[in-house]
Design a protein. Structure first.
Length: 137
């Protein structure tokens, strides 16, 4: 197998509603997302795929999350959410707790239909901490 990867970065805030620790508070990260694609051979093109296509798809997703508040549906009181919207805060609502683990799965599931051979997506919450979602045989 030959594997290629591309990475993208975005800055956003999140909080873990109901979590019994500091992460229940609103805080931010410089997230790094790495997507990996494998193929058994490079074929006539000499490439697993064009890096441009992989980077473009990954960066588009990262750009959608950049400078936003990523939050789980139903995790704030309606009046609080309304106040944030009235202040024009950019909110990305997701149907899951916005942990690195869940974001890795989210990125994988969104990218997989357009990136043949996608095998793994890692999301770094900090330079030292990452979560990985991957296809297993």
């Amino acid at each position: 197998m030959i594997t290629i990867s591309a990475e993208a970065f975005f800055d956003s805030a999140h909080f873990l509603s109901g979590y019994p620790g500091k992460c229940a508070n609103l805080h931010g990260h410089r997230w790094k997302v790495v997507a990996e694609v494998s193929a058994p051979d490079v074929g006539e093109t000499g490439m697993v795929m064009d890096f441009k296509d992989l980077k473009g798809a990954l960066r588009a997703m990262a750009d959608d999350m950049d400078h936003s508040l990523i939050m789980e549906e139903g995790s704030l009181r309606p009046a609080t959410l309304q106040a944030l919207r009235e202040e024009n805060f950019r909110i990305v609502m997701v149907p899951f707790r916005p942990t690195a683990e869940n974001l890795a799965r989210y990125f994988f599931e969104k990218l997989a239909p357009e990136i043949p051979g996608l095998i793994r997506v890692s999301v770094y919450e900090t330079p030292e901490n990452r979560a990985t979602y991957e296809v297993t045989a």
